[in-house]
Ligand binder design. Structure first.
Ligand code: HEC
Length: 152
């Protein structure tokens, strides 16, 4: 064979480690797809979310801090709401709620003052500069702040 006329690659074996790695990647990929495809394994982010929520609610009822829709008049909840208010809301609405940058929360309210209106204002914010709090405050915390607001 004339090496100058007929260049050819020397035939080295693929390193075993590479083949093992390649096989591992393929196995991993298929099992990953099988595990996390809802149509195959039934895996779903929603069922996990619902399980976690059920767990948290079960835990909360054990702790005696049951998730309720309203904490009106509940002393402990109001005290907790007051703390949350002081750290998250007082900068704009003043410690006593009479307003500053934010509106006066002791007076008639523009967006309504039922618990659901207040919840909407706090969780999703209002266009006039009220920031949404649903990322920072849990449902329960917002409900507690509302119980506090009712005492103002
Ligand atoms: C960055 C300043 C700021 C912070 C912090 C803030 N707010 Fe507000 N808030 C505002 C402004 C400004 C408005 C008026 C919005 C409008 O008129 O559209 C408002 C409006 C509201 C309203 C509606 C009042 C109405 O007239 O209907 C409620 C309720 C409210 N805020 C509660 C809260 C609570 C509770 C917190 C703490 C979790 C909070 N805000 C934190 C600025 C703030």
């Amino acid at each position: 064979m004339n090496e100058h006329d007929n260049p050819s690659e020397s035939n080295n074996n693929i390193p075993k480690g590479m083949i093992a790695f390649f096989a591992f990647v393929i196995v991993f990929l298929f099992s990953y797809i099988a595990l996390y495809t809802p149509a195959i394994s039934g895996w779903s982010f929603y069922t996990i979310f619902e399980e976690k929520m059920a767990e948290a609610e079960a835990q909360a009822s054990v702790d005696g801090t049951e998730l309720k829709d309203s904490y009106s008049g509940d002393e402990a909840a109001i005290a907790e709401g007051a703390k949350i208010y002081a750290s998250s809301c007082a900068v704009c609405h003043k410690a006593d709620g009479t307003g500053g940058i934010g509106s006066d929360l002791t007076a008639a309210s523009k967006y309504g003052s039922t618990q659901e209106d207040l919840y909407e204002s706090i969780a999703n914010g209002r266009e006039g500069g009220m920031p949404p709090f649903k990322q920072q405050l849990s449902r329960m915390k917002i409900r507690k702040v509302i119980a506090f607001l009712e005492t103002l």
